[in-house]
Design a protein around this ligand. Structure first.
Ligand SMILES: Cc1cc2nc3c(=O)[nH]c(=O)nc-3n(C[C@H](O)[C@H](O)[C@H](O)COP(=O)(O)OP(=O)(O)OC[C@H]3O[C@@H](n4cnc5c(N)ncnc54)[C@H](O)[C@@H]3O)c2cc1C
Length: 456
């Protein structure tokens, strides 16, 4: 069989569902569909008649020569004043702050929406491609093309829900103009790979706004949390980043609107955190991501998960700039409160995600190598973790991830049963964490004494 994204990626459960392959297939062979895990993936709607291999060449999880380092170097390596760190990729400047106007409806400090709106009103772009609610239960969010600031604001907030780009990429190919697009790291990598091969996309997508990403979630994640919140009917709308004045930014809430007419809320610490941090309903492809800061984006926005900002319920953004164009827009910025911040603090704000996409990934790749499993070539190299707790954590979280995906589709859409099945692993993790803390304390003291002795 001819190698394609179906044989090399989808059949190995490595598809993230970005939709670039379906948009670019010259024979129109591929279409994006929900799979049984509540994720998007392409299906073949007609036999593949070309030898082009474009689907593989633009897939962020297929093997090719380009990676985030080579793409980043090509785009930003020659920018005057640019710097590089292994965790962030290239960066020109880093900021912390917010847009007072956008903050209330945005995920964190509203910097992403402010930027998209400003690019539009200043005429840098004519169209903004971002994610917005659809109002329909079968697809709660979708990528949309907007031409007014008012419409762009309807997309404010984070969509922890699958979205795919095949429709908007076809639109960009059909309708000339200058576009800005938002995306998660792997989605923007796909766009960059496509731009290398498609002149129209290269000329028309003039700004990419990345979001730092820990993991994607399937639509079953939303179904599970809705059930946890007590939603009875079908969910018709979700807001994932509700802000409560009496809570820190980190304890945000999801609010659900459903056909039963009731609006229900659930806070991060009431069950969302458990499902999120233990990687329930996470696609397998996310296990093979080594890009935290959307290294192929002109600018990346994220939450300021730092003690001095995360207490403020209104939310604060960190912004990492790579393109001089964005740097100019920000310098001229009106209506924003933005201060420079050290890149070390930006990295620190995402320490947990960096650990997963470096140390956990290295150990996952080591396990896969032993099982001779097909996985994509990564910048992180396979390595057996020295820390036994980390080794167990990777194994246990993967077991829970697989179990959550399987349980939900096997007719057991029962939140209580799912939590029961997870209990032994959750207990194991909690005990392991306690033991690590107990061991870490004397080890820390010993290291401190050692350093003191050496310095004297
Ligand atoms: C799946 C996912 C995982 C994330 N993980 C992390 C993390 O680990 N750490 C962290 O600091 N931040 C993470 N973020 C980013 C964070 O949630 C905020 O989006 C970010 O802080 C920007 O906030 P803001 O107030 O500046 O953006 P807003 O003003 O709220 O604007 C966000 C923009 O992004 C667009 N958007 C929303 N969801 C998506 C999506 N799924 N795909 C493409 N575009 C989208 C919206 O349409 C809007 O234009 C994640 C986001 C997502 C969607």
């Amino acid at each position: 069989m001819k190698p394609s994204v179906i044989t090399n990626v989808v059949e190995h459960d490595l598809c993230i569902g970005c939709g670039l392959c379906a948009a670019l297939c010259p024979a129109g062979t591929l279409a994006m569909q929900w799979n049984r895990y509540g994720e998007y993936s392409p299906i073949e709607v007609s036999p593949c008649t070309t030898e082009c291999g474009l689907c593989l060449k633009t897939c962020p999880f297929a093997d090719h020569e380009e990676n985030e380092d080579t793409i980043g170097r090509e785009l930003y390596g020659g920018v005057p004043g640019i710097q590089h760190r292994s965790e962030t990729g290239y960066y020109l400047a880093t900021y912390v702050g917010y847009s007072e106007r956008h903050r209330p409806t945005s995920a964190s400090g509203g910097m992403a929406t402010w930027l998209l709106e400003t690019l539009l009103t200043q005429g840098v772009v004519e169209h903004v491609v971002c994610v917005a609610p659809t109002g329909g239960p079968d697809k709660l969010f979708a990528f949309c093309v907007f031409d007014t600031a008012e419409d762009v604001r309807t997309g404010a907030g984070s969509a922890y829900y699958p979205v795919e780009m095949s429709g908007v990429i076809r639109h960009i190919l059909d309708v000339p103009g200058r576009y800005a697009i938002t995306g998660l790291p792997c989605f923007l990598k796909a766009i960059r790979l496509a731009q290398q091969r498609n002149k129209k996309l290269r000329e028309r997508i003039v700004v990419t706004v990345g979001l730092t990403c820990g993991q994607l979630k399937s639509r079953h994640f939303t179904d599970y949390i809705a059930a946890l919140a007590g939603v009875q009917g079908e969910v018709t709308a979700v807001r994932y980043r509700g802000k409560s004045p009496d809570q820190p930014a980190s304890n945000f809430y999801f609010s659900f609107t459903s056909t039963d007419g009731e609006e229900r809320r659930i806070f991060w610490n009431e069950g969302i955190a458990e499902a999120w941090t233990n990687r329930w309903f996470t696609p397998n492809a996310c296990n093979y991501c080594d890009d935290v800061f959307a290294e192929c984006a002109d600018v990346t926005c994220m939450d300021a998960w730092l003690p001095e900002f995360s207490k403020d319920s209104r939310g604060t953004s960190l912004v990492l700039v790579r393109s001089p164009l964005i740097q100019e827009v920000i310098k001229r910025g009106e209506g924003i409160c933005l201060d420079p911040i050290a890149v070390e603090e930006v990295v620190q704000s995402q320490a947990g995600v960096v650990a997963i996409k470096r140390r956990h990934l290295a150990y996952q790749l080591d396990l896969d190598r032993m099982k001779e499993k097909k996985v994509p070539e990564k910048r992180v190299k396979p390595e057996r973790a020295k820390n036994p707790f980390l080794r167990q954590e990777v194994v246990v979280k993967e077991r829970m991830r697989v179990a959550s995906r399987d349980l939900w589709i096997n007719g057991e859409q029962d939140r209580a049963h799912l939590r029961d099945v997870m209990q032994p692993d959750l207990r194991w993790l909690a005990t392991g964490r306690q033991i690590s803390k107990i061991i870490a304390f004397p080890v820390g003291i010993l290291r401190y004494i050692q350093r003191k002795v050496q310095s004297n």
